[in-house]
Design a protein around this ligand. Structure first.
Ligand code: NI
Length: 266
């Protein structure tokens, strides 16, 4: 590699859960080895009230790990005003780069829809107030999530920004989001045999809105499907995207890293 413009490109994992108990046995070994395996940056996303408490221990210990603070819709029923204030405080910290993950989950349906909606809206408002991107989770609620996002985007005067994580909608819905400037998070599902809809999204979406994510420990790409995922397996996601778009893996790695930096302003 020669020339001034060349630099060592590294993988940017925009969505991971290294505080998950699946990493209790070997968390430090996994995280400490990521850099030498080509992973340059990780954003660890809060999901539960417990992960809100743990997020600082990861961002303080590893220079390349950043955090997102927020409560997942599956835990919306546990959210309290005090917890919301804690999210707000975390949002002011330097290494907390987003609010998330937030949204609607009508698949697991662990909290009443009205409660999910209420905390989703509060956390969207908080992101606008703090000028941070949002990390959106939506399951079995594609249309309603889009409507809420569109209304919040308009209400914010176009300043609301963020990523639709583990995107599972159609190419048409992806276009609605990218037209508003949102990023689309693509992970292991793109390698699945039944991932046809997501492959179509990747084939047709604007490349400057594409970011990659593990959602680890979940959603490991083929041939590791069903096993514990980690950021090093993103090479398989990168290869699949490269094949779908007729690009080299290095081009996809560089592109998605740049997009992720723009998304999180890093
Ligand atoms: Ni997640």
């Amino acid at each position: 590699m020669t020339g001034n413009k060349e630099r060592f490109v590294m993988i940017f994992d925009t969505h991971a859960h290294y505080d998950d108990e699946a990493f209790d046995e070997d968390r430090d070994a996994v995280l400490s080895s990521l850099n030498e395996k080509g992973v340059g940056t990780v954003v660890n996303i809060c999901a539960s009230p417990d992960s809100l408490k743990r997020i600082r221990s990861l961002t303080a210990k590893y220079p390349f790990v950043y955090g997102a603070a927020g409560i997942h819709p599956d835990h919306a029923g546990e959210l309290t005003e005090e917890m919301f204030q804690e999210i707000s405080r975390l949002a002011d910290e330097e290494k907390i780069v987003a609010i998330g993950e937030i949204g609607l989950d009508y698949y697991w349906d662990t909290a009443p829809h009205e409660v999910q909606r209420q905390w989703f809206l509060r956390q969207l408002d908080l992101a606008v107030e703090k000028d941070l991107p949002v990390v959106i989770h939506s399951r079995e609620a594609a249309q309603e999530t889009l409507e809420i996002m569109r209304a919040a985007y308009q209400q914010s005067g176009g300043t609301l920004r963020g990523v639709i994580h583990c995107f599972s909608g159609s190419a048409e819905i992806a276009k609605e989001y990218t037209d508003m400037g949102f990023y689309i998070g693509v992970g292991g599902v793109v390698t699945f045999k039944n991932g046809k809809k997501l492959k179509e999204v990747v084939e047709t979406m604007p490349l400057d809105k594409l970011v990659i994510e593990t959602d680890c420990p979940y959603l490991a790409p083929v041939p590791h499907r069903g096993k514990r995922n980690d950021s090093t397996l993103l090479t398989l996601v990168i290869e699949e995207i490269a094949a779908l778009r007729g690009m080299t893996a290095e081009e996809v790695e560089r592109l998605t890293e740049e997009n992720a930096r723009a998304l999180y302003r890093l």
